[in-house]
Design a protein around this ligand. Structure first.
Ligand code: MRU
Length: 354
């Protein structure tokens, strides 16, 4: 089995997701600036995996601080956190991880620089380990929504590649398979970055889970034909009222699911829930390079000059990377702490013990 991200001998090793499914290349990072670039360029992507990469990037940055002066250390550490936090705006797991790493420093004012560095490395490793356990618990909580014989539609990649391992939406699917249920998955290809065709299809095939690839515009047809029993997707940020930001195109799938009376589930850890944000209108939506739309396949190849232009030169382009699905389209939100249902506001707060 592949490893999405790992801490190895004071470096961060990540599978380069831009090159999948045709090349399985692992990259080793020793400099936090390169980890920041890897998050921005989507070597690593998916909300929980971005959180883990952010924590490990901060740990690398801390290890590299040369000063013996505590005040100087804290100032440089703040800057490391700032750089990592500036990489991608939508997935709240990034900011959650930055806050957790800052918390290590805040809560241990008596530790010297060397001790702090070791604690920060430890925290990043803990975040990684916890994420896998959380996903497995989420899988167990969500498996009950799946019956043997079901066909599940998913959008983007909310799998092992989007997390430290196992996955959120694909974790629920994996748990159902482990429970002995015979299921089929339809994967939306997920234009423009193709996380569905390049990543979801790849990792489900590796696990021998029955997966069929469709283009995004085929989902409605499949639903009308009665070929989809339920939808499960991941999330990048869930507002206090349950409105959910996820990969662009998720909203259209949710609207279609409602029209066809198909349950629509979101699987996400508590670290993806942002109770500070009241509703989906307030979630920042990342706009990415227009070349993701005008050229194929992935940006890594584009940079190597192997791009194929599929739109006129100088065409005006929009490329929002995420959209927001209003809570009314969501049947339930599956988390490691249990299931949130309508009204989401109360239910989500309850999961945090509030
Ligand atoms: O732009 P990406 O690939 O980082 O977007 C990923 C998604 O939208 C996922 O569905 C989401 O992060 C959930 S991953 C468990």
């Amino acid at each position: 089995m592949f490893k999405t991200i790992e801490w190895k001998n004071n470096s961060v090793v990540m599978i380069d997701q831009r090159l999948l499914p045709t090349q399985e290349v692992y990259r080793k990072y020793k400099d936090f600036l390169d980890v920041a670039e890897a998050i921005r360029e989507m070597v690593v992507r998916g909300a929980p995996a971005i959180g883990v990469a952010a924590a490990m990037g901060i740990a690398l940055g801390a290890l590299d601080i040369k000063t013996k002066n505590k005040k100087g250390f804290l100032k440089t550490f703040e800057n490391v956190c700032k750089v990592i936090a500036s990489t991608r705006p939508t997935a709240v797991n990034l900011f959650w991880a930055v806050e957790r790493m800052k918390g290590v420093v805040r809560k241990n004012p008596k530790l010297n620089i060397e001790e702090l560095k070791q604690r920060l490395v430890q925290e990043a490793k803990t975040i990684h380990k916890e994420d896998i356990l959380i996903n497995k618990q989420m899988g167990r909580n969500g498996s009950k929504f799946i019956k043997s014989g079901d066909t599940i539609l998913t959008h983007c990649n909310a799998g092992a590649l989007a997390t430290a391992g196992y996955g959120t939406a694909l974790g629920v699917i994996r748990a159902a398979v482990e429970d002995g249920k015979k299921i089929k998955v339809f994967a939306d290809e997920t234009r423009p970055f193709l996380q569905g065709s390049r990543l979801t299809a790849w990792e489900l095939m590796k696990d021998n889970i029955d997966v069929t690839l469709i283009t995004d515009n085929m989902a409605g047809y499949m639903m009308k034909k009665g070929l989809i029993d339920l939808v499960i997707v991941g999330a990048d940020r869930i507002a206090a009222n349950g409105d959910t930001a996820n990969k662009i195109g998720t909203y259209s799938v949710a609207v279609l699911a409602k029209e066809h009376k198909i349950p629509f589930y979101v699987a996400a850890p508590l670290s993806t829930i942002d109770l500070k944000i009241k509703n989906g209108d307030k979630i920042p939506i990342e706009e990415r390079d227009t070349r993701e739309v005008t050229h194929i396949p992935a940006p890594a190849s584009i940079k190597q000059g192997k791009n194929i232009q599929i739109a006129p030169h100088n065409i005006k382009v929009k490329n929002p990377a995420f959209d927001v699905t209003p809570n009314k389209f969501i049947t339930a939100i599956i988390t490691e702490k249990g299931i949130a249902k309508k009204s989401f506001e109360k239910s989500l707060k309850g999961l945090f013990g509030k």
